[in-house]
Each structure stands twice: as C-alpha cells, then as structure tokens.
Design a protein. Structure first.
Length: 217
C-alpha cells in the first residue's frame, strides 16, 4: 500500500464530506427524540435502581451520544475517510473484500463483547437483559451502517410492504428495547431483599433514604 499523506487525506475528506444535518426529515428528528427519551429513562433507571446503576448510566451516555450523532452524521465522515484511504493507498478496486472482512470482524467483536457482558451480568439479566439486547442491536446496526457497504445500505433503505423502511425498524427497535426495559425498571416495586439474618438491604434509592431515621421526628 502507498504511504498516506495526512494533508492529501484531509483534502480528500474535505471534498467528499461536510458537516450537515444527517436526516432532516420527520422520522430523523423523531428518532433523535427517541434516543434522548431512552437516554433520560436510562439515567433515571440508574438513579432508582442502585444495583444496576453502572449499566443504566453507560446506556444513558451511549444513547445520548447516538442521538447527537444521528443528525451530525459523523459516520459519513468515517466512510469518507475509508474511501479516501482506499484511493490514496491504491486498493479501491478491492474495497468490497476489505469491507466484507471489516464487517465480519466487527460482528465477531460485537458477539464476543455481548457474550462477555452477558456472562458478567448473568445474575442481572432478568433486570437488564432486554436493554442489553437493544444495546447489541444498536451497536451492530450503527457500526455496519458506518462502513457504507452498498448492499447493506440498499437493504436498510428499502421499504416493507406496509411502507416502513427497514432502518426505522432496526434502529427504533433497538432504542425501544432499552426504553421498555428502563421504564420497567423505574416502575418496578422498590422491594427490599433480606439477608439470612433478616436485616433489610436497600434495593432502591428511596429504600436507601427510608433506612435512615427521619429528621422531622
């Protein structure tokens, strides 16, 4: 491969990509709203459910970043960088092979990450399993979408028989799984678990407050 000159790469990217609103349609802005709603719900679930606060806070940050990126369209910049590198280094004619290898590697990495996450959180799956499934769905969708693989772009841009685009179903489906799980966590009863000696253990932040004597007495 030919060496990469950073100034040439920057010039190529500047010609093929510029920061614009990625999807200025109703569904685009609706998806952003869904990202922010699910992000807020995840943060609130982490505030209520102390046991799983790390999972919920990480999901909240992840959804917030994706919501911002939805209209900044930064994945298009990544695609532009890849195409420019292919031109500069002389492997543009073999880009399909590189894309396929990248997607396969990405799917394998995503699968390994999900297996590790499921193993480490195996005792919490009944509380956050649906959200983890939505997270894996979104990670795979967004990452593969960023590659700009032509056949995949055609597939997700296609309309179903009922007039709904596949990318709406895939992206909103992942967001929906996380949102449903977060709402269920928020609305769940703040039960207390008890240790073998009968001592009460706080399950939620409200329980944690109630374990202390009131200052008004």
């Amino acid at each position: 491969m030919d060496p990469v000159n950073l100034s040439d790469l920057a010039g190529c990217v500047d010609q093929s990509w510029s920061p614009v609103i990625g999807d200025p349609t109703f569904m685009g802005w609706f998806t952003v709203l869904c990202y922010f709603t699910a992000s807020f719900a995840s943060f609130f679930a982490g505030w209520v459910r102390l046991r799983d606060k790390r999972v919920w806070f990480l999901l909240g940050i992840f959804l917030l970043l994706l919501g911002v990126n939805k209209q900044l369209d930064l994945q298009s910049a990544l695609t532009a960088v890849g195409r420019c590198l292919a031109h500069i280094q002389g492997w543009y004619d073999q880009r399909r092979v590189m894309q396929s290898a990248f997607i396969l590697t990405l799917l394998c990495v995503s699968a390994v990450v999900m297996v590790i996450a499921l193993f480490r959180l195996r005792r919490s799956l009944h509380r956050v399993g649906l959200a983890l499934l939505g997270f894996g769905f979104l990670v795979t969708f967004v990452a593969v979408r960023a590659v700009g693989f032509h056949h995949f772009d055609q597939f997700i841009s296609a309309y179903t028989d009922i007039g709904i685009r596949m990318n709406w179903l895939m992206e909103l489906g992942g967001i929906g799984l996380i949102l449903v799980n977060a709402v269920a966590a928020i609305r769940g009863r703040r039960k207390r678990q008890r240790d073998p000696h009968g001592a009460s253990l706080p399950y939620s932040r409200r329980d944690l407050r109630s374990s202390y004597p009131s200052e008004d007495v």
